[in-house]
Design a protein around this ligand. Sequence first.
Ligand SMILES: NC(=O)c1ccc[n+]([C@@H]2O[C@H](COP(=O)([O-])OP(=O)(O)OC[C@H]3O[C@@H](n4cnc5c(N)ncnc54)[C@H](OP(=O)(O)O)[C@@H]3O)[C@@H](O)[C@H]2O)c1
Length: 300
Amino acid sequence: MADVLLLGGTGGLGRALVSRLLVDGHDLTLLSRDPVRARDLLPASVRLAPVDQLEELVPGHSVVVNLAGEPILGRWTAARWARIEASRVALTQALAGLVQPGSVWLNASAIGIYGDRADEELDHRSSAGSGRLAELCQAWEAPLTGARSRGVRSVALRTGIVLDPGSGALASMLFPFRAGLGGPMGSGDQWQSWIHVQDWVEAVAFAMSAPVDGPVDVVSPQPVRQREFASALGAAVGRPALLPVPAMALRLAMGPASELLLASQRVEPTRLLAAGFRFRFPTLAVALADLLAEAGARPA
Ligand SMILES: NC(=O)c1ccc[n+]([C@@H]2O[C@H](COP(=O)([O-])OP(=O)(O)OC[C@H]3O[C@@H](n4cnc5c(N)ncnc54)[C@H](OP(=O)(O)O)[C@@H]3O)[C@@H](O)[C@H]2O)c1
């Protein structure tokens, strides 16, 4: 069992990970900007501390997991983009100077690092792409290189679209799709690399102990085109998903953040599979059926 220090553990993914790590008997300490609010969100066995105790607490832990970051969905105003960057890059830079040789550091990142790549098959060996998100992700991952050279096993969790009915992209799509107002976004040709939240949690727990180092793509082995995604979600909620949302409408409504929905990223989890990780929900239909049954979302 490890002594694990978590940042960003009050978020949608963090809370799911905390439950899983407690089952394994790990000793968890969580740094939060608001430990009082965090107390209401997390089990009593998780120790809490304010994030300004970073310098004191990081060196004493054998595993550090950083999931912190200003939410990226929504319109990127200048002030918001500054928070999106600072909460990821500055915090990760600070951690790089504190993690100890021999320890394990798992840091959030995203498949946004690949940019918009049409039908190209991508994995951790692919070059980074261009665009705001790709540049952000490169700056976010850069501090891990320095830590790795000091003997810290440093893993960038290049996460795809995590499907969780309670948070993130799926939560925001459920309402229109249940109302029969869903449909493909943009051309519908773009690839989406998704993962069931339970597989995401298992993959991160796996990366804590498996000998993986460097960037790891945390996505299911079966990415789909956006059109197939919309149709599978429509089928899963028992409603037609035929109303297309034109790319222009998304660009007008979301500005540059429309990249999140329109960029094509066909990513393979090569490193996880090579290390022996097995997905419980490799296909989208099975993942959605499970997630929506769990959420009680399927109409009678
Ligand atoms: N969910 C996805 O599909 C997805 C996909 C790709 C990458 N990721 C990345 O994975 C990480 C976790 O995702 P998530 O969906 O769980 O995120 P989330 O729910 O938005 O939570 C992230 C946590 O970050 C902290 N935080 C929020 N704004 C902050 C700010 N301005 N400065 C410092 N800390 C801040 C908060 O913790 P405290 O309030 O306790 O400090 C929050 O609970 C994020 O870095 C995200 O970008 C997620």
